[in-house]
Design a protein around this ligand. Structure first.
Ligand code: SF4
Length: 82
């Protein structure tokens, strides 16, 4: 069965964007534009950063994305993560 990435602990994110770099590496893109993962400063209360996953994240190798994060923010789940 296929696997994908799911956000497990958003409050642990430190905004390093290693996950974004891994996403871009898999897409063979330079820079941050068009990434399937976006890490934004959270202006509301709660976690410091807000992570946004594009549904196209399904196309990428989820184990590599999960492994790229030094804070274990993501988990790998079976199916489409719904
Ligand atoms: S790699 Fe992890 S800690 Fe770094 S920005 Fe991505 S989710 Fe946040």
């Amino acid at each position: 069965m296929s696997t994908t990435v799911k956000i497990k602990q958003e409050d642990k994110c430190i905004g390093c964007e290693m996950c974004v770099m891994e996403c871009q590496r898999q897409l063979k893109r330079v820079g941050l534009a068009g990434s399937y993962i976006r890490v934004l400063r959270n202006i509301n209360a709660g976690s410091e950063f807000k992570i946004s996953l594009d549904p196209k994240i399904l196309e990428l190798k989820s184990n590599k994305i999960v492994g790229s994060c030094p804070r274990e923010v993501f988990e790998e789940v079976e199916g489409n993560g719904a």
